[in-house]
Design a protein around this ligand. Structure first.
Ligand code: HEC
Length: 105
């Protein structure tokens, strides 16, 4: 289990650097966002999105209530953005992702 401890330590350090989040759920959501979404969307509290028209994640709650966002994450986000690849999260990932979004507020 040493590897697991190392990975956890790494994620904790990365989290401290990127989002100052210590909640492990939000932490997993951030890790997911960094791996899958950060090339287009701003994932922190201040940056511009790398792709101008992609909304920074800290603004998503202004467009979508949590429940709608959760449904969209589970059902696959495709609607109205052909430039964005399709993603479909499992329920655990959706919970993590929403916890991460809350940590931005
Ligand atoms: C290749 C670039 C790219 C990646 C990667 C990407 N997105 Fe997007 N996303 C976009 C763009 C561009 C838009 C805005 C499209 C528009 O408004 O027409 C967008 C919009 C969104 C929206 C708003 C949808 C709406 O109807 O307003 C959500 C939610 C979203 N993305 C979530 C995600 C999540 C979660 C990930 C990672 C799992 C992700 N995106 C990865 C480019 C991307």
């Amino acid at each position: 289990m040493r590897l697991f401890a190392l990975v956890s330590l790494f994620l904790a350090l990365a989290g401290a650097t990127f989002a100052q989040s210590s909640d492990p759920t939000a932490q997993r959501g951030l890790t997911y966002a960094l791996a899958n979404c950060a090339q287009c969307h701003a994932t922190d509290k201040v940056s511009q999105s790398p792709i101008n028209i992609a909304p920074p994640f800290r603004e998503l709650h202004k467009r979508f209530p949590d429940e709608r966002l959760r449904e969209a994450l589970l059902g696959g986000i495709t609607a109205s953005h052909p430039t964005m690849p399709q993603f479909r999260l499992d329920p655990g990932q959706a919970t993590d992702f929403i916890a991460y979004l809350k940590s931005l507020q």
